[in-house]
Design a protein around this ligand. Structure first.
Ligand code: ZN
Length: 360
């Protein structure tokens, strides 16, 4: 079980005190890497630190071992290290990111990371980052009406002219030309595809709600005690062409983790989700996932975090439209006065989830 950090542990981490190795490990939420107290990595922001007594606990909570202090025991294989770097870039492509920052985040030297990454992937880390950005930019151009300037900033390139240059280099079309050529076509193609949505029911200790998933991940969490109609209605509105198929097997993985969360055995859920929202909704839902277990924030906090302090109302609507409750923890958002306001799953469900998280 993870626990809160003590002053003694904090001191051990700051001083890289070897005497504490083996007594505890610390995981950093922003990088999802866990270290020994003696690790020479940069001192973390302690707000993001979780303490684990055993390595297994950290692994179970979804943290990965550190290359530098070998917190996972043996030497971390290069393949695994490269995966860490990839995951970090996929999470952080939306802001400007240097090779040094990336190397620091995955606990290695920039030179070493560059070399190992290129050897395994055939491409440098920064070129890989650029690829992620261009892929995201294409998605935005096709699927949203956002301006080129907005898209540039959403993919971590603050200078729109630079964005256009890079885009054109890779795609031989400017962003505008690309949108004209592919925007329409791809979106009609998409709608024609029949997608399967698998659903099943979670029943455990008084909890009872439906779950639905596509091949990409969990796409819907139903409300406590609600009938099947809820999923059916949602599908007919939001995933018009999808086919609903009952398949308890397909959703058993989701069930298992959710049950251990509901039993307070797990505070972090590590499951794929398929949100399928607008770019704005997804930015809100992504921010919700940064609210730590057991903590609450206000609607205003979220609006500020996504850089749209004036859009509180739109943020509220996006939160209300969150299809994947619990994993996207919208129950952790309260009105400014701390009141429990609207929750798609019903106020009693929100209350129960908050009570569950405050037990620790
Ligand atoms: Zn380390």
């Amino acid at each position: 079980m993870p626990s809160k950090i003590t002053a003694e542990q904090r001191k051990a981490i700051i001083e890289n005190d070897k005497a504490y190795d083996g007594q505890f490990f610390y995981g950093v939420k922003t990088t999802k890497i866990f270290c020994r107290p003696s690790c020479k990595s940069r001192v973390p922001n302690f707000d993001n630190v979780t303490i684990f007594r055993k390595m297994e606990d950290a692994l179970q909570a979804g943290y990965r071992p550190c290359k530098r202090c070998k917190s996972g025991g043996a030497n971390l294989p290069d393949e695994e290290w490269v995966l860490q770097a990839e995951a970090y870039m996929k999470e952080n492509y939306a802001r400007s990111l240097t090779l040094s920052e990336l190397a620091e985040a995955v606990h290695g030297s920039p030179y070493h990371l560059h070399r190992v990454f290129r050897r395994l992937k055939g491409i440098t880390p920064l070129a890989y980052l650029q690829q992620i950005r261009m892929q995201k930019a294409k998605d935005y151009l096709i699927e949203t009406p956002l301006s080129v300037k907005e898209i540039a900033s959403l993919v971590g390139i603050s200078n729109p002219a630079r964005f256009t240059t890079v885009f054109k280099e890779k795609n031989h079309l400017t962003p505008r030309q690309f949108r004209m050529n592919y925007g329409e076509k791809v979106s009609t193609m998409k709608n024609k595809q029949t997608e399967t949505i698998y659903y099943g029911k979670l029943e455990h200790n008084g909890w009872s709600f439906y779950l639905a998933a596509t091949d990409k991940g969990l796409c819907y969490v139903g409300s406590q005690n609600n009938a099947f109609d809820e999923i059916e209605n949602w599908t007919s509105k939001k995933r018009k062409d999808a086919m609903l198929v009952q398949d308890e097997e397909k959703i058993s993985l989701y069930k298992e983790q959710l049950i251990s969360y509901l039993d307070s055995e797990r505070t972090a859920l590590d499951l794929p989700i398929d949100l399928n929202g607008t770019a704005f909704q997804e930015s809100v839902w992504k921010e919700l996932q940064n609210i730590p277990y057991g903590e609450t924030v206000s609607y205003m906090d979220i609006a500020e975090k996504i850089g749209k302090p004036k859009a509180v109302r739109a943020v509220g609507a996006a939160i209300g439209a969150n299809p994947v409750m619990i994993l996207v923890p919208c129950h952790r958002v309260l009105a400014k006065d701390g009141k429990l306001t609207g929750f798609r799953g019903g106020i009693p469900m929100k209350e129960a989830l908050l009570a569950l998280e405050s037990k620790k």
